[in-house]
Design a protein around this ligand. Sequence first.
Ligand SMILES: C[S@@+](CC[C@H](N)C(=O)[O-])C[C@H]1O[C@@H](n2cnc3c(N)ncnc32)[C@H](O)[C@@H]1O
Length: 371
Amino acid sequence: MLFKTSPIIEAIIQESVTHSFAYRYDMCVCPACKSAVVRHAMAAVHSAKDAVDAENSEAATRQVRADNNFAINNAILHAIEHVSEHPPHAQTEDRSKTFKLLLQKILQERGLDFRNYHVNLLKRRFAIRIKANNLFSYTEYMKLLDRYPLEYDRLFETLCINVSEFFRDPPLWVTMQYLFERMISEKAARQDHTLTVWSAGCANGEEPYSLAISVSEAARAHAKTIHAKIIATDIDKGALVTAQKAQYPLESIKNVNDKLLSKYFIIVEKTGQTDTPQNGIYRVREAVTSMVSFSQLDLITGDFPKGIDLVLCRNVFIYFKRELQEQILRKFFEAIRPGGYLCLGQSESMLTEVRKLFEDTDSNARIYRRP
Ligand SMILES: C[S@@+](CC[C@H](N)C(=O)[O-])C[C@H]1O[C@@H](n2cnc3c(N)ncnc32)[C@H](O)[C@@H]1O
């Protein structure tokens, strides 16, 4: 059966442009710009064949794609560049300027400073909210924030990705247990029975509660009494509210073994089959929650607590540009007491500029000690 190539190429271009638009936040993605991109790309692709012989339309599309893949991709890239420079309407905004204005507005109105976060990460996150509201520009989005201030909450939820789980990166927690045992023994020898740990960027509470459980287990293993206090902070108020409820689905506690599960959690809501472990909602027991105190703190602008034995700041630096990471690592150094520790996430590393301040305790586990 013969299929004309031109409509097939147009359909391929349409689909590819839709995907490209989903990843481009530095240009106008309105319908007029989209059809201009398709038109320009179509004009640039000249297939060697007017028609292809294939069994059905899917096979014809595969054939046309294989014959013209490079030309189509190239044409789309050029068309996007061309249309961003010459949009089919008056330039509604200078996107790099309005992006900065949006950050400025959030700082002025909500006191949160995202200016030193990674730009591409922010643009992708803003785009999610801009699209969810069927808008096309930062300017329109700023107007929406004025009309519906509740949108700030949705935006912050999207910007602050609160994904976490109990005992995230399980191998770390084996090391953590040894570290707590060592700290508790050293403190006992000095007649010091207090331990202060800070979970900086605690999301929905999984990390600070894991710390409280781990300290409790370490103290029990050595039959030692320790008054442990876990300070848990995050920029996101919504996450802190969830954290204080201390209730989690099975998915969040998948790294908790059965022994710890029955000792430190109660099942409050059962769903589905009554197999083991049961599906449902688990609440952290009071013995654990009472060790943790939550408060809002922006690591960029906030005052850090002092005299901390161990700081965990994991999977938070991914948001920050290098200079900001350095600034925060120096503030952690000041927050940690001499002989105390800092633990970073698996995707994060100690910057060379700050490394000399700390000793490596376990570089695989990303644990560093203030001498
Ligand atoms: C992916 S979660 C990490 C949770 C936990 N530490 C872990 O590793 O599982 C990142 C958290 O960093 C918080 N965050 C982002 N920017 C922050 C800032 N400037 N100050 C404090 N917390 C921030 C987010 O709100 C989010 O809850």
